[in-house]
Design a protein around this ligand. Structure first.
Ligand SMILES: Cc1ncc(COP(=O)(O)O)c(C=O)c1O
Length: 458
């Protein structure tokens, strides 16, 4: 595409496309025309190493041959079918997720499908309301669960609710154990999990407004959790926090719902990120990478008690494309492939290599305040040279410069695709291809360091 064609398209975008369905973040806006593995390509053939893979939807690499082949095969056999009828892949996919839960955790349950992450969150909200008869939930500050109305009510940012009237079911937002910036200004080695104790205090007396001791009931039905916050900046909680939280919730008859939409499907080295933390949720929600970003499928798994056909009968929620055959066929193959290739172990190995590289990077740059990671969900927190004051400006500059596609390295031009998240929009949230090679990780570090030099960071 030449410059004139691109300008004409940009003008049409300006005239005809709603800006409400995007985040319009890149400046200038960026066109891509091809992809493969860990790379996106522009019209000039410049390679952009992608370290965020469509917000962790493309965990197994762009144009993954095995998954693309299955999609093509399904297109040639049964590409379309109403959810009212059955097809093999839907049933086998649900079976695979449920038998995993039975085998690993002794929990019987069922899977319920939808198309996007937010829609599956909506379904889970209905499921929880249906089971408990209550409409209020706890959720974390810094949490993100999507932008439909129900999901916005449990997503902490007021920005996503501000223009849409009153949310009577707005969640009660609880501080997340974000130890680098502890909401209570404590230190992890001496806090004795103060944040959890503060949460427990809500149930001390009925006058705290949450708990009726006479009947042993909480006014809130569920706690919506991302075990590792995604949009919140890939914040990893202390090892025992989630277990303590789960114990409190059990004692107070509050359901635990884990949102695995961004961290699920091996991003952290396990199928579901909650598996690292010694907890088993009552419900979990998945989406994104379950189809490697191909024809979308999302869904929820719930304990039998909540989702049995007697409790949650046909039509409780339904969407035309819910268990579409293209999506279920790819999702089934994703899970088969991950098992056969022992993806979990590979992710832990590559993740530990990647973490070492970003730790080394931190030692060279004062503006990097903190780095951490679990599997291939990694974070680089950008700050002023004091190593603590958040620097959104620096994050924005690196993001935009990476997309210019003009980093010279070994006689070749590269771009770098990053995503910025975090409470202060100052965190590079790294979600690379789970198949990324060590040499690609090294390349990523060289490109990032070149950008840090370019913007004059210290
Ligand atoms: C943790 C989490 N929950 C929910 C969503 C919403 O999913 P979707 O954008 O597919 O509606 C996202 C999307 O980024 C997410 O990261």
């Amino acid at each position: 595409m030449n410059k004139a064609e691109m300008d004409a398209l940009l003008e049409k975008d300006r005239l005809y496309c709603s800006y409400g369905d995007t985040v319009h973040y890149a400046d200038p806006p960026k066109f891509f025309s091809g992809c493969q593995g860990s790379y996106l390509f522009d019209d000039e053939g410049t390679s952009y190493l992608d370290l965020q893979m469509w917000y962790s939807a493309v965990n197994f690499g762009y144009k993954n041959a095995r998954l693309t082949e299955v999609l093509k095969r399904q297109i040639d056999t049964l590409p379309q079918l109403a959810s009212q009828y059955l097809h093999r892949e839907k049933v086998e996919l649900a079976e695979k997720i449920c038998t995993y839960m039975e085998r690993e955790y002794g929990e019987k349950g069922r899977v319920h499908f939808n198309v996007g992450g937010s829609q599956a969150v909506e379904d889970s909200l209905k499921l929880v309301r249906n089971f408990t008869g209550k409409s209020l939930n706890f959720a974390f500050m810094g949490g993100y669960h999507g932008r439909t109305l129900g999901a916005s009510a449990i997503t902490s940012s007021y920005r996503y609710r501000r223009r849409y009237g009153h949310f009577s079911d707005r969640a009660h937002f609880v501080p997340f154990p974000y130890c680098f910036r502890c909401p209570y200004s404590m230190k992890p080695d001496s806090c004795d999990m103060y944040c959890h104790k503060e949460f427990e205090k809500l149930f001390d007396t009925e006058y705290n407004s949450f708990w009726d001791d006479k009947v042993g009931e909480c006014e809130y039905s569920a706690f919506y959790v991302e075990t590792i916050q995604g949009t919140g900046g890939y914040v990893i909680p202390p090892a025992t926090y989630m277990q303590k939280l789960a114990a409190t919730l059990k004692k107070r008859n509050v359901l635990l719902v884990v949102d695995e939409i961004q961290m699920g499907v091996y991003r952290t080295g396990k199928l579901w990120s909650w598996e690292h933390f010694g907890i088993v949720p009552d419900v979990f929600v998945f989406g994104k990478a379950i189809t490697n970003g191909l024809n979308p499928i999302s869904g929820i798994w719930a304990r039998e008690e909540l989702i049995s056909p007697q409790k949650f009968p046909p039509g409780s929620t339904h969407s035309t494309f819910a268990s579409n055959p293209l999506g279920t066929a790819v999702a089934l193959e994703v899970l088969k492939m991950a098992e056969e290739e022992d993806i979990g172990a590979q992710v832990m190995e590559r993740g530990s290599y990647f973490l070492k590289q970003i730790q080394a990077l931190k030692s060279r740059w004062k503006v990097i305040g903190e780095v951490s990671g679990l599997g291939l969900a990694l974070r680089i927190e950008l700050c002023e040279p004091d190593g603590f004051t958040p620097s959104r400006k620096l994050a924005d500059r690196l993001f935009n410069e990476g997309l210019l596609g003009n980093i010279d390295l070994n006689g070749k031009k590269y771009g770098l695709v990053l995503d910025i998240g975090g409470y202060y929009k100052n965190v590079i949230t790294l979600a690379p291809n789970l198949m990324i090679s060590e040499s690609e990780i090294d390349l990523g570090m060289q490109l990032l360091e070149a950008l840090l030099h370019r913007v004059g960071a210290s």
